[in-house]
Design a protein. Structure first.
Length: 255
C-alpha cells in the first residue's frame, strides 16, 4: 500500500505557476531479486522561484513486529525534465522568462535488505510543502509520504502508477487524468482519497471552504473511477491545489 501526493495547478490561461517549495512526490519499494530497491520521486516546477532539489533525502524504515527502526540517507540519482509547451515554444524549464509551464522530477534510490514482516512502514518527510490554496499555512507545513509493505508470505512489489507528476489543468473544464496501475505480482488494487499527511500520525488542516470531500472548493468536482482507473477533475477557480490518495493492494482477498 502506498500514498501518492499530487499538486494540481489550475490555470485560466497557461501562465507560469510559480512556487517556492516542492509540489509532490511518490515513494516505492520493489523487490529486485535479492533485496529491495527504495525509490523516491520529488516534483518541482521550473519556475525561477522554486526550490532546488536536495542532494539527498532521509528515508525511514520501521517494523513494529520485529522491533526494528532504522534510516537511510538516499542520494540524488538523476532528474527528468518535462516541458508542457508545443514546439517551437520553450517552457520555463528551458527559458526562465517563458510563460509555458514545465517541471522537474528528481529521483533518489538505494538498495536495502528487509527481513520478512507483515508491517513494514517506509516513509520520508520534507519541511517544504508548496503554496496550496486548499491547505492552511501550506508553506510551513511538512510534506510526508509513506508506503507499507507486507513481505511475510514472500516477496512483494508496490503497485506502480506511471502518471503521477504535477498536473497543469484548465478551469471550468472536466479534465481526466489516467491512473492505470501496474502490479508485477498480479495483486488487485483499489484507490481511496486521503487527507494529505504531515507525519505518520497527523494530517494537514484544510483551508476554509475546502475538505477531503471537496478539495477544489464549492462547485468543483473530483472523482476517482475505479473501473476505468481515472481521476476526473472540474474546478471553478485558478490556483494551486493538493490532493492525496492511497493505493491499496489485495492478494487473495487480503490487504
Amino acid at each position: 500500500m502506498k500514498k501518492n501526493l499530487l499538486s494540481i495547478f489550475l490555470l485560466g490561461s497557461f501562465a507560469t505557476a510559480s512556487a517556492s517549495h516542492f509540489q509532490g512526490g511518490e515513494l516505492t519499494c520493489d523487490y529486485n531479486g535479492s533485496n529491495y530497491t527504495v525509490k523516491l520521486a520529488m516534483y518541482k516546477t521550473c519556475a525561477p522561484s522554486s526550490a532546488y532539489l536536495p542532494a539527498s533525502n532521509v528515508i525511514n524504515f520501521q517494523s513494529a513486529s520485529l522491533g526494528l527502526t532504522f534510516s537511510r540517507t538516499v542520494n540524488h540519482a538523476y532528474d527528468d525534465t518535462t516541458s508542457l509547451s508545443c514546439p517551437p515554444n520553450l517552457s520555463v524549464c528551458a527559458s526562465p522568462t517563458s510563460s509555458d509551464p514545465g517541471y522537474i522530477t528528481g529521483y533518489y534510490k538505494d538498495t536495502v535488505s528487509l527481513p520478512s514482516a507483515p508491517d513494514w512502514v517506509i516513509s520520508t518527510s520534507v519541511s517544504a510543502r508548496t503554496l496550496s490554496n486548499n491547505i492552511q499555512n501550506s508553506t510551513s507545513t511538512t510534506y510526508y509520504t509513506e508506503v507499507k509493505l507486507n513481505n511475510l508470505a514472500g516477496t512483494n512489489v508496490n503497485a506502480y502508477i506511471p502518471n503521477t507528476p504535477v498536473y497543469f489543468l484548465a478551469v471550468n473544464n472536466t479534465e481526466t487524468i489516467p491512473l492505470q496501475t501496474i502490479d508485477a505480482d498480479g495483486d488487485s488494487v483499489a484507490y481511496e482519497f486521503v487527507t494529505p499527511m504531515t507525519s505518520a500520525v497527523s494530517t494537514i488542516s484544510y483551508a476554509f471552504g475546502y475538505s477531503l470531500a471537496s478539495p477544489f472548493g464549492s462547485g468543483s468536482s473530483c472523482t476517482l473511477n475505479a473501473a476505468s482507473q481515472t481521476l476526473a477533475i472540474n474546478a471553478t477557480a485558478t490556483g494551486n491545489y493538493t490532493i492525496a490518495f492511497k493505493v491499496k493492494e489485495y492478494r487473495s482477498g487480503n490487504l
